[in-house]
Design a protein around this ligand. Structure first.
Ligand SMILES: C[S@@+](CC[C@H](N)C(=O)[O-])C[C@H]1O[C@@H](n2cnc3c(N)ncnc32)[C@H](O)[C@@H]1O
Length: 415
Protein backbone atom coordinates (compact mmCIF):
# COMPACT_ATOMS: atom_id res chain seq x y z
CA UNK A 1 0.00 0.00 0.00
CA UNK A 2 1.36 3.43 -0.97
CA UNK A 3 2.39 5.69 1.92
CA UNK A 4 1.08 9.26 1.77
CA UNK A 5 3.78 11.86 1.24
CA UNK A 6 1.45 14.69 2.33
CA UNK A 7 1.98 16.56 5.57
CA UNK A 8 -0.65 15.95 8.24
CA UNK A 9 -2.30 19.31 7.68
CA UNK A 10 -2.42 18.81 3.90
CA UNK A 11 -3.83 15.30 4.40
CA UNK A 12 -6.50 16.72 6.73
CA UNK A 13 -7.49 19.24 4.07
CA UNK A 14 -7.69 16.46 1.49
CA UNK A 15 -9.78 14.31 3.86
CA UNK A 16 -12.28 17.14 4.19
CA UNK A 17 -12.95 17.04 0.42
CA UNK A 18 -16.28 15.31 -0.07
CA UNK A 19 -16.77 15.67 -3.80
CA UNK A 20 -16.31 12.99 -6.43
CA UNK A 21 -12.83 11.82 -7.41
CA UNK A 22 -11.26 13.22 -10.56
CA UNK A 23 -12.20 11.40 -13.76
CA UNK A 24 -8.50 10.71 -14.37
CA UNK A 25 -8.53 8.20 -11.48
CA UNK A 26 -10.59 5.80 -13.61
CA UNK A 27 -8.92 2.65 -14.89
CA UNK A 28 -7.51 2.44 -18.38
CA UNK A 29 -7.61 -0.57 -20.65
CA UNK A 30 -7.04 -1.29 -24.30
CA UNK A 31 -10.45 0.08 -25.39
CA UNK A 32 -10.47 3.29 -23.34
CA UNK A 33 -11.48 6.11 -25.72
CA UNK A 34 -9.03 8.94 -26.14
CA UNK A 35 -10.22 12.02 -24.23
CA UNK A 36 -9.03 15.60 -24.45
CA UNK A 37 -8.49 17.76 -21.39
CA UNK A 38 -11.78 19.60 -22.06
CA UNK A 39 -13.76 16.37 -22.47
CA UNK A 40 -12.44 15.10 -19.15
CA UNK A 41 -13.35 18.35 -17.45
CA UNK A 42 -16.85 18.23 -18.93
CA UNK A 43 -17.26 14.75 -17.37
CA UNK A 44 -15.86 16.08 -14.07
CA UNK A 45 -18.30 18.98 -14.11
CA UNK A 46 -21.29 16.74 -14.89
CA UNK A 47 -20.20 14.34 -12.14
CA UNK A 48 -20.26 17.19 -9.63
CA UNK A 49 -23.74 18.10 -10.84
CA UNK A 50 -24.89 14.47 -10.37
CA UNK A 51 -23.61 14.61 -6.78
CA UNK A 52 -25.23 17.99 -6.21
CA UNK A 53 -28.60 16.68 -7.40
CA UNK A 54 -28.41 13.61 -5.17
CA UNK A 55 -26.78 15.26 -2.17
CA UNK A 56 -28.53 18.64 -2.06
CA UNK A 57 -31.63 18.78 -4.24
CA UNK A 58 -33.02 15.38 -3.33
CA UNK A 59 -33.01 16.13 0.44
CA UNK A 60 -34.62 19.49 -0.37
CA UNK A 61 -37.48 17.65 -2.10
CA UNK A 62 -37.90 15.52 1.03
CA UNK A 63 -38.08 18.62 3.22
CA UNK A 64 -40.59 20.22 0.88
CA UNK A 65 -42.66 17.03 0.86
CA UNK A 66 -42.83 16.90 4.65
CA UNK A 67 -43.42 20.62 5.15
CA UNK A 68 -45.84 21.33 2.32
CA UNK A 69 -46.79 18.58 -0.09
CA UNK A 70 -48.02 15.97 2.36
CA UNK A 71 -49.88 18.48 4.58
CA UNK A 72 -51.62 19.86 1.46
CA UNK A 73 -52.58 16.33 0.42
CA UNK A 74 -53.98 15.61 3.89
CA UNK A 75 -55.93 18.87 3.89
CA UNK A 76 -57.47 18.06 0.53
CA UNK A 77 -58.19 14.36 1.04
CA UNK A 78 -58.58 14.03 4.79
CA UNK A 79 -55.93 11.30 4.89
CA UNK A 80 -52.28 10.65 4.11
CA UNK A 81 -51.28 9.24 0.69
CA UNK A 82 -52.03 5.53 0.56
CA UNK A 83 -49.21 4.49 -1.75
CA UNK A 84 -46.15 5.74 -3.62
CA UNK A 85 -48.16 6.57 -6.74
CA UNK A 86 -50.26 9.09 -4.80
CA UNK A 87 -47.07 10.58 -3.37
CA UNK A 88 -45.53 10.87 -6.83
CA UNK A 89 -48.59 12.59 -8.28
CA UNK A 90 -48.75 14.96 -5.30
CA UNK A 91 -45.12 15.93 -5.93
CA UNK A 92 -45.75 16.90 -9.55
CA UNK A 93 -46.85 20.44 -8.67
CA UNK A 94 -44.09 21.05 -6.15
CA UNK A 95 -41.51 23.60 -7.37
CA UNK A 96 -38.62 21.92 -5.53
CA UNK A 97 -39.46 18.58 -7.09
CA UNK A 98 -39.80 20.16 -10.54
CA UNK A 99 -36.37 21.75 -10.25
CA UNK A 100 -34.84 18.52 -9.01
CA UNK A 101 -36.47 16.50 -11.75
CA UNK A 102 -35.65 18.92 -14.58
CA UNK A 103 -32.02 19.21 -13.56
CA UNK A 104 -31.64 15.47 -13.09
CA UNK A 105 -33.10 14.76 -16.52
CA UNK A 106 -30.94 17.44 -18.14
CA UNK A 107 -27.86 16.06 -16.38
CA UNK A 108 -28.61 12.60 -17.75
CA UNK A 109 -29.10 13.88 -21.30
CA UNK A 110 -25.93 15.97 -21.07
CA UNK A 111 -23.98 12.98 -19.76
CA UNK A 112 -25.14 10.91 -22.74
CA UNK A 113 -24.33 13.65 -25.22
CA UNK A 114 -20.94 14.31 -23.61
CA UNK A 115 -20.11 10.60 -23.92
CA UNK A 116 -21.39 10.40 -27.47
CA UNK A 117 -19.33 13.37 -28.61
CA UNK A 118 -16.23 11.60 -27.27
CA UNK A 119 -16.89 8.25 -28.93
CA UNK A 120 -18.47 9.33 -32.22
CA UNK A 121 -15.49 11.41 -33.30
CA UNK A 122 -13.29 8.31 -32.94
CA UNK A 123 -15.89 5.63 -33.81
CA UNK A 124 -13.92 4.14 -36.74
CA UNK A 125 -10.68 4.06 -34.79
CA UNK A 126 -12.38 2.35 -31.81
CA UNK A 127 -14.01 -0.22 -34.15
CA UNK A 128 -10.63 -0.98 -35.72
CA UNK A 129 -8.99 -1.24 -32.31
CA UNK A 130 -11.62 -3.72 -31.11
CA UNK A 131 -11.38 -5.77 -34.30
CA UNK A 132 -7.58 -5.93 -34.00
CA UNK A 133 -7.73 -7.09 -30.36
CA UNK A 134 -10.38 -9.72 -31.12
CA UNK A 135 -8.84 -10.95 -34.40
CA UNK A 136 -7.81 -14.58 -34.46
CA UNK A 137 -9.76 -15.53 -31.35
CA UNK A 138 -12.86 -17.27 -32.72
CA UNK A 139 -14.41 -18.04 -29.36
CA UNK A 140 -13.94 -14.63 -27.73
CA UNK A 141 -16.79 -12.98 -29.64
CA UNK A 142 -19.72 -14.85 -31.17
CA UNK A 143 -22.23 -12.55 -32.84
CA UNK A 144 -25.58 -13.51 -34.31
CA UNK A 145 -26.66 -10.87 -36.86
CA UNK A 146 -30.01 -12.68 -37.25
CA UNK A 147 -30.92 -12.28 -33.58
CA UNK A 148 -34.24 -10.51 -33.18
CA UNK A 149 -33.84 -7.67 -30.66
CA UNK A 150 -36.79 -7.78 -28.24
CA UNK A 151 -39.34 -5.00 -28.66
CA UNK A 152 -39.06 -3.90 -25.04
CA UNK A 153 -35.45 -3.01 -25.92
CA UNK A 154 -35.99 -1.38 -29.31
CA UNK A 155 -38.87 0.77 -28.01
CA UNK A 156 -36.73 2.66 -25.50
CA UNK A 157 -33.48 4.59 -25.39
CA UNK A 158 -32.53 3.19 -21.99
CA UNK A 159 -31.52 5.82 -19.44
CA UNK A 160 -31.51 8.44 -22.23
CA UNK A 161 -28.77 6.55 -24.08
CA UNK A 162 -29.37 7.14 -27.81
CA UNK A 163 -29.54 3.76 -29.55
CA UNK A 164 -29.65 1.92 -26.24
CA UNK A 165 -27.39 -1.15 -26.07
CA UNK A 166 -27.88 -2.54 -29.54
CA UNK A 167 -28.00 0.13 -32.29
CA UNK A 168 -25.26 -0.10 -34.93
CA UNK A 169 -23.89 3.16 -36.33
CA UNK A 170 -20.97 1.94 -38.43
CA UNK A 171 -19.49 -1.40 -39.37
CA UNK A 172 -17.99 -3.17 -36.38
CA UNK A 173 -19.51 -0.48 -34.17
CA UNK A 174 -18.54 -0.22 -30.50
CA UNK A 175 -19.66 3.35 -29.82
CA UNK A 176 -22.50 2.55 -27.46
CA UNK A 177 -20.27 0.21 -25.48
CA UNK A 178 -17.60 2.91 -25.28
CA UNK A 179 -20.13 5.57 -24.30
CA UNK A 180 -21.67 3.36 -21.59
CA UNK A 181 -18.25 2.52 -20.15
CA UNK A 182 -16.66 5.93 -20.21
CA UNK A 183 -19.69 7.86 -18.94
CA UNK A 184 -20.76 5.44 -16.20
CA UNK A 185 -18.58 7.43 -13.79
CA UNK A 186 -20.79 10.49 -14.35
CA UNK A 187 -24.05 8.54 -14.07
CA UNK A 188 -23.19 7.27 -10.60
CA UNK A 189 -21.70 10.55 -9.40
CA UNK A 190 -18.07 9.43 -9.43
CA UNK A 191 -16.58 6.13 -8.35
CA UNK A 192 -13.62 5.03 -6.29
CA UNK A 193 -13.75 1.84 -8.33
CA UNK A 194 -11.46 2.31 -11.33
CA UNK A 195 -12.79 -0.63 -13.38
CA UNK A 196 -16.31 -0.66 -11.92
CA UNK A 197 -15.85 -4.15 -10.54
CA UNK A 198 -17.99 -3.63 -7.41
CA UNK A 199 -21.03 -5.70 -8.37
CA UNK A 200 -19.07 -8.60 -9.86
CA UNK A 201 -16.71 -8.76 -6.89
CA UNK A 202 -19.62 -8.60 -4.45
CA UNK A 203 -21.33 -11.41 -6.32
CA UNK A 204 -18.22 -13.61 -6.33
CA UNK A 205 -17.59 -12.95 -2.63
CA UNK A 206 -21.19 -13.89 -1.84
CA UNK A 207 -20.98 -17.17 -3.77
CA UNK A 208 -17.74 -18.03 -1.96
CA UNK A 209 -19.26 -17.13 1.41
CA UNK A 210 -22.30 -19.28 0.60
CA UNK A 211 -20.19 -22.32 -0.21
CA UNK A 212 -16.40 -22.04 0.12
CA UNK A 213 -15.99 -25.41 -1.65
CA UNK A 214 -18.06 -24.44 -4.69
CA UNK A 215 -15.82 -24.56 -7.77
CA UNK A 216 -17.87 -23.68 -10.85
CA UNK A 217 -16.39 -24.94 -14.10
CA UNK A 218 -18.92 -23.21 -16.36
CA UNK A 219 -20.57 -19.88 -15.59
CA UNK A 220 -23.32 -18.05 -17.48
CA UNK A 221 -23.70 -14.28 -17.03
CA UNK A 222 -26.90 -12.92 -18.61
CA UNK A 223 -27.16 -9.33 -19.88
CA UNK A 224 -23.51 -8.38 -19.46
CA UNK A 225 -23.37 -5.11 -21.46
CA UNK A 226 -19.60 -4.49 -21.64
CA UNK A 227 -18.70 -6.90 -18.83
CA UNK A 228 -18.18 -4.61 -15.82
CA UNK A 229 -19.45 -7.47 -13.65
CA UNK A 230 -18.22 -10.35 -15.80
CA UNK A 231 -14.52 -9.50 -15.65
CA UNK A 232 -14.25 -9.63 -11.82
CA UNK A 233 -16.36 -12.79 -11.81
CA UNK A 234 -14.06 -14.45 -14.34
CA UNK A 235 -11.06 -13.36 -12.25
CA UNK A 236 -12.62 -14.73 -9.08
CA UNK A 237 -13.13 -18.12 -10.75
CA UNK A 238 -10.11 -18.34 -13.08
CA UNK A 239 -10.58 -22.08 -13.71
CA UNK A 240 -14.09 -21.52 -15.06
CA UNK A 241 -15.25 -20.95 -18.60
CA UNK A 242 -17.52 -17.90 -18.51
CA UNK A 243 -20.24 -17.41 -21.14
CA UNK A 244 -21.30 -13.75 -21.21
CA UNK A 245 -24.45 -13.08 -23.19
CA UNK A 246 -26.20 -9.93 -24.30
CA UNK A 247 -28.54 -8.95 -27.13
CA UNK A 248 -26.39 -5.97 -28.23
CA UNK A 249 -23.52 -6.41 -30.70
CA UNK A 250 -21.81 -3.01 -30.04
CA UNK A 251 -21.56 -3.63 -26.30
CA UNK A 252 -20.32 -7.20 -26.82
CA UNK A 253 -17.60 -6.18 -29.31
CA UNK A 254 -16.38 -3.52 -26.91
CA UNK A 255 -16.64 -5.85 -23.90
CA UNK A 256 -14.74 -8.68 -25.60
CA UNK A 257 -11.88 -6.39 -26.64
CA UNK A 258 -11.84 -4.69 -23.24
CA UNK A 259 -11.66 -8.00 -21.32
CA UNK A 260 -8.89 -9.36 -23.54
CA UNK A 261 -6.92 -6.13 -23.22
CA UNK A 262 -7.21 -6.49 -19.43
CA UNK A 263 -5.61 -9.94 -19.64
CA UNK A 264 -8.79 -11.86 -18.87
CA UNK A 265 -8.98 -14.87 -21.16
CA UNK A 266 -11.73 -17.12 -19.78
CA UNK A 267 -14.77 -15.23 -21.09
CA UNK A 268 -16.72 -15.77 -24.30
CA UNK A 269 -18.99 -12.88 -25.32
CA UNK A 270 -22.04 -14.29 -27.10
CA UNK A 271 -24.92 -12.44 -28.75
CA UNK A 272 -28.06 -14.22 -27.56
CA UNK A 273 -31.40 -13.61 -25.91
CA UNK A 274 -31.54 -14.93 -22.36
CA UNK A 275 -35.13 -15.95 -23.00
CA UNK A 276 -34.01 -18.57 -25.54
CA UNK A 277 -30.72 -20.25 -24.83
CA UNK A 278 -31.55 -23.45 -26.71
CA UNK A 279 -28.02 -23.41 -28.13
CA UNK A 280 -26.88 -24.66 -24.70
CA UNK A 281 -27.63 -28.14 -23.34
CA UNK A 282 -29.68 -28.91 -20.24
CA UNK A 283 -27.69 -28.84 -16.99
CA UNK A 284 -24.58 -27.45 -18.69
CA UNK A 285 -23.76 -24.62 -16.21
CA UNK A 286 -22.64 -24.67 -12.57
CA UNK A 287 -23.30 -21.01 -11.83
CA UNK A 288 -25.75 -18.62 -13.53
CA UNK A 289 -25.85 -14.93 -12.66
CA UNK A 290 -27.25 -11.61 -13.77
CA UNK A 291 -26.27 -8.13 -12.63
CA UNK A 292 -28.79 -5.29 -12.85
CA UNK A 293 -30.55 -7.01 -15.76
CA UNK A 294 -33.89 -7.97 -14.22
CA UNK A 295 -35.37 -4.47 -13.91
CA UNK A 296 -34.79 -3.88 -17.63
CA UNK A 297 -36.73 -6.82 -19.08
CA UNK A 298 -40.39 -7.47 -19.84
CA UNK A 299 -42.40 -9.84 -17.65
CA UNK A 300 -42.65 -12.61 -20.30
CA UNK A 301 -38.86 -12.40 -20.67
CA UNK A 302 -38.45 -12.47 -16.90
CA UNK A 303 -40.42 -15.74 -16.81
CA UNK A 304 -38.55 -17.18 -19.80
CA UNK A 305 -35.11 -16.33 -18.38
CA UNK A 306 -35.96 -18.04 -15.09
CA UNK A 307 -37.20 -21.13 -16.95
CA UNK A 308 -34.00 -21.23 -19.02
CA UNK A 309 -31.91 -20.75 -15.89
CA UNK A 310 -33.51 -23.73 -14.21
CA UNK A 311 -33.08 -25.90 -17.32
CA UNK A 312 -29.45 -24.92 -17.82
CA UNK A 313 -28.30 -25.31 -14.23
CA UNK A 314 -26.86 -28.63 -13.17
CA UNK A 315 -28.17 -30.17 -9.92
CA UNK A 316 -26.24 -28.56 -7.05
CA UNK A 317 -25.59 -25.48 -9.19
CA UNK A 318 -26.22 -21.94 -7.94
CA UNK A 319 -28.15 -19.08 -9.47
CA UNK A 320 -27.73 -15.50 -8.18
CA UNK A 321 -29.07 -12.16 -9.35
CA UNK A 322 -28.30 -8.59 -8.30
CA UNK A 323 -30.77 -5.78 -8.86
CA UNK A 324 -32.70 -2.93 -7.31
CA UNK A 325 -34.69 -3.84 -4.23
CA UNK A 326 -38.31 -4.64 -3.73
CA UNK A 327 -40.14 -2.03 -1.67
CA UNK A 328 -40.68 -3.47 1.77
CA UNK A 329 -42.72 -2.08 4.63
CA UNK A 330 -39.61 -0.33 5.87
CA UNK A 331 -39.24 1.95 2.86
CA UNK A 332 -41.27 5.15 3.47
CA UNK A 333 -43.73 6.01 0.69
CA UNK A 334 -41.93 9.26 -0.06
CA UNK A 335 -38.63 7.41 -0.46
CA UNK A 336 -40.37 4.88 -2.74
CA UNK A 337 -41.79 7.68 -4.90
CA UNK A 338 -38.35 9.29 -5.21
CA UNK A 339 -36.71 5.99 -6.15
CA UNK A 340 -39.37 5.56 -8.84
CA UNK A 341 -38.07 8.63 -10.67
CA UNK A 342 -36.19 6.57 -13.26
CA UNK A 343 -39.38 4.87 -14.44
CA UNK A 344 -40.99 8.16 -15.39
CA UNK A 345 -38.09 10.40 -16.44
CA UNK A 346 -35.15 8.17 -17.25
CA UNK A 347 -36.56 5.67 -19.77
CA UNK A 348 -36.63 2.72 -17.40
CA UNK A 349 -40.16 1.43 -18.03
CA UNK A 350 -40.04 -1.57 -15.68
CA UNK A 351 -38.20 0.24 -12.87
CA UNK A 352 -41.33 0.68 -10.73
CA UNK A 353 -43.41 -2.41 -11.60
CA UNK A 354 -40.39 -4.65 -10.98
CA UNK A 355 -40.37 -3.40 -7.38
CA UNK A 356 -43.81 -4.85 -6.80
CA UNK A 357 -42.71 -8.37 -7.64
CA UNK A 358 -41.44 -11.01 -5.31
CA UNK A 359 -38.66 -12.29 -7.53
CA UNK A 360 -38.69 -15.58 -5.66
CA UNK A 361 -42.16 -16.31 -7.06
CA UNK A 362 -40.58 -16.39 -10.52
CA UNK A 363 -37.86 -18.74 -9.29
CA UNK A 364 -40.39 -21.03 -7.71
CA UNK A 365 -42.51 -21.22 -10.87
CA UNK A 366 -39.33 -22.07 -12.78
CA UNK A 367 -38.71 -25.06 -10.48
CA UNK A 368 -36.37 -23.84 -7.71
CA UNK A 369 -37.36 -24.97 -4.22
CA UNK A 370 -38.25 -22.57 -1.41
CA UNK A 371 -35.74 -24.30 0.91
CA UNK A 372 -32.85 -23.36 -1.39
CA UNK A 373 -33.59 -19.61 -1.51
CA UNK A 374 -31.03 -17.17 -0.15
CA UNK A 375 -30.45 -13.42 -0.23
CA UNK A 376 -27.89 -10.86 0.85
CA UNK A 377 -27.49 -7.12 0.79
CA UNK A 378 -23.76 -6.46 1.04
CA UNK A 379 -22.56 -2.93 0.41
CA UNK A 380 -20.94 -3.39 -2.95
CA UNK A 381 -21.72 -0.08 -4.51
CA UNK A 382 -19.05 1.59 -6.56
CA UNK A 383 -18.21 4.20 -3.94
CA UNK A 384 -17.80 1.94 -0.91
CA UNK A 385 -14.69 0.41 0.55
CA UNK A 386 -15.86 -3.08 -0.28
CA UNK A 387 -13.03 -5.20 1.06
CA UNK A 388 -13.99 -4.60 4.68
CA UNK A 389 -17.70 -5.16 4.20
CA UNK A 390 -18.74 -8.52 5.61
CA UNK A 391 -21.14 -10.51 3.47
CA UNK A 392 -24.27 -11.45 5.40
CA UNK A 393 -26.37 -14.15 3.78
CA UNK A 394 -29.94 -14.80 4.83
CA UNK A 395 -31.89 -17.97 4.13
CA UNK A 396 -35.20 -17.79 2.30
CA UNK A 397 -36.88 -14.81 0.68
CA UNK A 398 -35.93 -11.17 1.25
CA UNK A 399 -37.71 -10.35 4.53
CA UNK A 400 -40.58 -7.88 4.53
CA UNK A 401 -38.73 -5.72 7.03
CA UNK A 402 -35.48 -5.55 4.98
CA UNK A 403 -33.62 -2.33 5.61
CA UNK A 404 -34.10 0.57 3.20
CA UNK A 405 -30.43 0.79 2.27
CA UNK A 406 -28.84 -0.23 0.05
CA UNK A 407 -31.33 0.01 -2.78
CA UNK A 408 -29.88 -3.14 -4.23
CA UNK A 409 -30.16 -6.78 -3.34
CA UNK A 410 -28.67 -10.08 -4.25
CA UNK A 411 -30.92 -13.11 -4.29
CA UNK A 412 -30.63 -16.65 -5.50
CA UNK A 413 -31.26 -20.36 -5.16
CA UNK A 414 -29.56 -23.69 -5.40
CA UNK A 415 -30.85 -26.44 -7.67
C1 LIG B 1 -28.17 -2.60 -17.11
S1 LIG B 1 -27.45 -3.57 -18.27
C2 LIG B 1 -26.56 -4.80 -17.33
C3 LIG B 1 -25.22 -4.37 -16.79
C4 LIG B 1 -24.17 -5.45 -16.65
N1 LIG B 1 -24.69 -6.72 -16.22
C5 LIG B 1 -23.03 -5.01 -15.72
O1 LIG B 1 -22.68 -5.76 -14.81
O2 LIG B 1 -22.51 -3.92 -15.92
C6 LIG B 1 -28.71 -4.58 -18.97
C7 LIG B 1 -28.22 -5.36 -20.20
O3 LIG B 1 -29.14 -6.42 -20.46
C8 LIG B 1 -29.20 -6.62 -21.85
N2 LIG B 1 -30.43 -7.38 -22.15
C9 LIG B 1 -31.71 -6.93 -22.14
N3 LIG B 1 -32.56 -7.93 -22.44
C10 LIG B 1 -31.79 -9.04 -22.64
C11 LIG B 1 -32.08 -10.38 -22.97
N4 LIG B 1 -33.34 -10.79 -23.16
N5 LIG B 1 -31.07 -11.25 -23.09
C12 LIG B 1 -29.79 -10.86 -22.91
N6 LIG B 1 -29.44 -9.59 -22.59
C13 LIG B 1 -30.44 -8.69 -22.45
C14 LIG B 1 -29.14 -5.21 -22.42
O4 LIG B 1 -28.73 -5.22 -23.77
C15 LIG B 1 -28.13 -4.55 -21.47
O5 LIG B 1 -26.84 -4.62 -22.00
Amino acid sequence: MATSTLSNSDQAKLDSYSGPPDYRTQGHHGMTPHMTHDEIERFNYLTHVTRFIGGHLRPAVSRSYEAEVEPAFVKKNGRKPANRHEVRKALLDDATFKNYSALRRANMEQRQQAGLSVVLRQGEELAERAAAIIAGDEKLLQLDPALEIPRYVTDVHHHCMPGSFYEERIEGDVTNGANYDSGFFVTIGGARDPWLTGNGEGLARTIKALDPDFKPRRILDIGVTIGHGTVPLARAFPEAEVIAIDIGAPVLRYGAARAKSMGVDNIQFVQADGADLSRYEDESFDLIVSIILMHEISFPTLRAIHAETYRLLRPGGIVAHIDISRYTGEVPLHEQAMRDWDAFYNNEPFWTTFRDLDVFDYMQVAGFSEESFFHSAPVYNHRADREDTPIVIGKGRIPAEASIRPDKHLWGARK
